[in-house]
Ligand binder design. Structure first.
Ligand code: FES
Ligand code: FE2
Length: 368
């Protein structure tokens, strides 16, 4: 964590990130790099997996995180939990993949019937007296993963030693303060796949150079003139803030702001002045594909806005899809990336963090 004075220095301009070039294209097309990301980069961070409002008490939700089957549960009267969705006996998933949480009191393995409570403790095994060796239920709990709630989302860590979540989201916490913890519900969501390396999708969503050109009638209208952009950079998260003009007021200085945060490992958080939040994540599928996950969160009274809101986001996400999938073809056809623009410093900021965590400092190609 930077000392306050260091953070203040970074806030001034973010210019220190302009000293480095874009990551080399080889990092986007190397299988050994993708493996290093799996082993070193992803485990260092927390991953948003589902809104808290989608996991009521007394329910379980199977899902996938980075090809690992996970099981979220919410024991009555307790905090939500995350487990590997894998029976300790012979490895079968306790629940098959599902779109939504299912009400349940017990998790019963479909193979040999071992039965777990929502806290992950084994409560019963079939023919328990007849195991080859002495058998004790307490020796066979589900394997638990660290799980946290922040911003009305559930976050899971797949590593033993993740960065504290409040450090991962440092600027989000600083800028939103207590407003981050205002209770929100899922208003709408979106999930699809992009035919590009996750870094191309992450770079694109950090790219403040392209918005006026590539999204003239969509995101650019939301973010407004480039001259009003305000940037901040902290250790892990960066920010583009743009004024939202007050109805009937021309005073930009007093206007509330639309906040676009970029955070590791591949996350973006958008915050509107009326309290709505959008969380976007690009977890990798393989070298040339990633998932696009979008959760729209807001006050229960804003539920009616959900569908219109997702359509609004979909319009610029579709514009981006064409660009990132085209850039993927460019990266895999021998590109050497060109020079970075000042409006691309948020990309350089996240790339510097990536290089530091993975140990893949430039020049990578000289060592590969
Ligand atoms: S694999 Fe679950 S009870 Fe055997
Ligand atoms: Fe874009």
């Amino acid at each position: 964590m930077a000392l306050p004075s260091e953070a203040a220095a970074m806030d001034a301009s973010g210019d220190q990130f302009g000293q480095r070039p874009f990551l080399e294209a080889e990092l986007y097309r190397s299988a050994s790099v993708a493996e290093r990301e799996r082993q070193v980069y992803a485990p260092r961070f927390w991953h948003p997996v589902a809104p808290l409002s989608s996991l009521p008490e007394g329910s379980a939700l199977p899902l996938e995180l980075l090809d690992q089957p996970l099981l979220l549960t919410h024991p009555p009267g307790g905090p939500p939990r995350a487990f590997l969705n894998r029976c300790p006996h012979r490895g079968v998933a306790l629940l098959p993949p599902a779109q939504a949480a299912q009400p349940c009191r017990r998790l019963i393995c479909p193979y040999h019937g071992w039965t777990y409570d929502l806290g992950g403790s084994l409560r019963a095994a079939a023919r328990e007296a007849e195991f080859v060796d002495p058998f004790a239920r307490e020796d066979w709990p589900l394997i638990q993963l660290a799980c946290a709630v922040r911003g009305s989302m559930l976050w899971v860590s797949i590593g033993q030693d993740p960065l504290p979540l409040e450090h991962q989201l440092d600027l989000v916490e600083q800028e939103l303060g207590p407003a981050l913890e205002r209770p929100r519900v899922l208003l709408a969501s979106l999930e699809s796949e992009l035919a590009c390396n996750w870094k191309i999708a992450h770079d694109n969503t950090l790219d403040d150079y392209h918005v006026a050109i590539a999204h003239p009638t969509t995101l650019h209208r939301q973010q407004g003139p480039v001259r009003h952009y305000r940037h901040r950079f902290a250790d892990h998260t960066n920010l583009l803030a743009t004024p939202v003009p007050l109805q009937g007021s021309g005073a930009d200085a007093e206007a509330p702001e639309f906040l676009t945060f970029g955070a590791p490992p591949w996350i973006h958080l958008l915050a509107w002045p009326d309290g709505r939040l959008a969380l976007i994540s690009f977890p990798p599928r393989d070298l040339g594909r990633c998932r696009l996950q979008v959760w729209l969160l807001g006050d229960p009274a804003q539920t009616d806005l959900g569908e219109a809101w997702i359509e609004e986001l979909r319009s610029f996400l579709d514009e981006d899809r064409a660009l990132v999938e085209s850039a993927q073809r460019g990266y895999t056809s021998g590109l050497t990336p060109g020079p970075a623009h000042r409006l691309e410093r948020r990309i350089l900021h996240q790339q510097a963090l990536y290089a530091r965590i993975t140990g893949l400092e430039p020049p990578f190609s000289a060592r590969a």
